[in-house]
Write a protein that binds this ligand. Structure first.
Ligand code: KG4
Ligand code: ZN
Length: 348
C-alpha cells in the first residue's frame, strides 16, 4: 500500500490526485482551456498565474474527495519535467513545501512517465513490456516500456507534436481552440477521401524513410495552400471535408508507424496516451490494424489520457515501492528525455 498525493502543473491543467497504488481515491483537474481560448493557445505566463490561484483549492478538494487528511498521505509527488518552466515551478514549490511541513518523502515525476502510467490505472493487469504511443499537445513519441523507469524512445516527431498540428490546422480552418476536438467533430460530417494529403515521411541519409519518426510540417503546408485556394473559390468552403482528410492522414500515418514499431520490436501490446488518443479516427485505424496483426491495443478513458495528477501519483507509487526518493534540492527541467527519469531519484 502506498497512498500518494500528486500535483501536476506542467501546462494548462492544475491537477491534484490521491492514489493508492493503482486505485484512484480522488482526481481533481481544473482546466484553463477557457482562459486561454481567447488567445488561441496556451500563454505560459497566464498559465503560471492561474496555477497559483487554483492550487490550494485543488489540494483541499483532492483531500476532501478522498476523505483523507495529511497523516494518511505517505508521500508527495509532483511533475518536475518536461513542461512550461513557470507552470512547473508552481506545482514543485507547493509539493516541496508540503513535503517539508508534513515531513513526507518527496518524489519528482517525469510527465511522460505519467502518461505511460495512465494505462496501468485503466488496465491494472497490464504488464511490461509494451509499446506506448504518446500523442499530446506537446509530444509525439513511441516509447518501449520495459519496466518502471526503464524506457526507450523509438520514435518522435521532427517538428510539431500531433496535437499541435491539430491545433494549428483548426486555426487555419477557423474552428477554434483546442483544435483536436473541433476537427474531430467537423470531420464526422466530412469525406476523409476528399483531399489527398502528404503523410510526413523522414528521409534517411542512406536512402529510404525513418520507420517510426513523424513530421507534420509538410501536411500543415499542404493544408495552408489548399485553404488559401479554396477560400478564393466561389464554392462553399469544404471545412468538413478538409477536417476529415487531415484527420485521416494523421491517424493513418501514426497507425502505420506504431504497428510497424510494435512488430519490429516483438511487442504484442500497445497503449495510447495524451489528448490525441481521444481522436475517433486514430482509435478506428489503430484498433483495426492491431486486430489485423494480432496485437492488443488499450486506450485509457479520456479523463486519464489528457493531463491529470492521478497518472503522476501512479508512476510515483511504483518508484516509491522501488525505494526511489527525490532530494528537495531537485529542480524543474523544461526538457528531459524519458530515458533519463533515473536522474530524478536517489534510491534508498
Ligand atoms: O495531453 P493533453 O491534454 O495536453 C498535453 O500534454 O499537451 O493534449 C492536448 C492536445 C491538444 O492539442 C488537443 O487539440 C488534442 O490533445 N486533442 C485531440 C482530441 N482531443 C484533444 N486531438 C485530436 N482529436 C481529439 N479528439
Ligand atoms: Zn501531457
Amino acid at each position: 500500500m502506498a497512498i500518494i498525493l500528486a500535483i501536476e502543473t506542467s501546462c494548462d491543467e492544475t491537477a491534484v490526485a490521491i492514489v493508492n497504488n493503482r486505485n484512484v481515491y480522488s482526481n481533481v483537474v481544473s482546466s484553463q482551456i477557457q482562459t486561454h481560448q481567447v488567445f488561441g493557445g496556451v500563454v505560459p505566463e497566464v498559465a503560471s498565474r492561474q496555477h497559483l490561484l487554483l492550487i490550494n483549492a485543488c489540494l483541499d478538494q483532492a483531500l476532501q474527495g478522498a476523505g483523507l487528511g495529511w497523516p494518511d498521505i505517505e508521500a508527495i509527488a509532483v511533475t518536475v519535467a518536461p513542461g512550461l518552466a513557470g507552470a512547473l515551478m508552481v506545482g514543485v514549490t507547493a509539493a516541496k513545501t508540503l513535503a517539508m511541513v508534513h515531513q513526507k518523502p518527496f518524489l519528482g515525476v517525469h510527465h511522460l512517465e505519467g502518461h505511460i502510467y495512465a494505462s496501468y490505472l485503466s488496465q491494472p493487469e497490464l504488464q511490461p513490456p509494451f509499446l506506448c504511443l504518446l500523442v499530446s499537445g506537446g509530444h509525439t513519441s513511441l516509447i518501449h516500456v520495459k519496466g518502471c523507469g526503464d524506457y526507450r524512445q523509438l520514435g518522435t516527431t521532427r517538428d510539431d507534436a500531433a496535437g499541435e498540428a491539430f491545433d494549428k490546422v483548426a486555426r487555419l480552418l477557423d474552428l477554434g481552440y483546442p483544435g483536436g476536438p473541433a476537427i474531430d467533430r467537423a470531420a464526422k460530417n466530412g469525406d476523409a477521401a476528399a483531399f489527398k494529403l502528404p503523410e510526413g515521411k523522414i528521409s534517411l541519409p542512406q536512402g529510404g524513410y525513418h520507420p517510426y519518426d513523424s513530421s507534420f510540417s509538410g501536411l500543415k503546408t499542404a493544408m495552408l495552400r489548399l485553404t488559401q485556394e479554396l477560400k478564393q473559390s466561389p464554392e462553399p468552403f469544404p471545412v468538413d471535408d478538409l477536417a476529415a482528410s487531415f484527420q485521416d492522414t494523421v491517424a493513418r500515418s501514426l497507425t502505420k508507424k506504431t504497428i510497424r514499431c510494435a512488430l519490429d520490436h516483438g511487442l504484442t501490446t500497445i497503449t495510447v496516451g495524451g489528448g490525441v488518443a481521444a481522436n475517433s479516427r486514430l482509435r478506428y485505424h489503430l484498433q483495426a490494424a492491431a486486430e489485423e496483426n494480432q496485437l492488443q491495443v488499450f486506450f485509457p478513458p479520456l479523463k486519464l489520457c489528457t493531463d491529470n495528477a492521478a497518472m503522476i501519483a501512479c508512476a510515483a507509487a511504483d518508484h516509491f515501492h522501488n525505494g526511489d526518493r527525490s532530494p528537495l534540492t531537485l529542480g524543474i527541467q523544461s526538457r528531459l528525455a524519458v530515458e533519463q527519469v533515473g536522474q530524478l531519484y536517489v534510491t534508498n
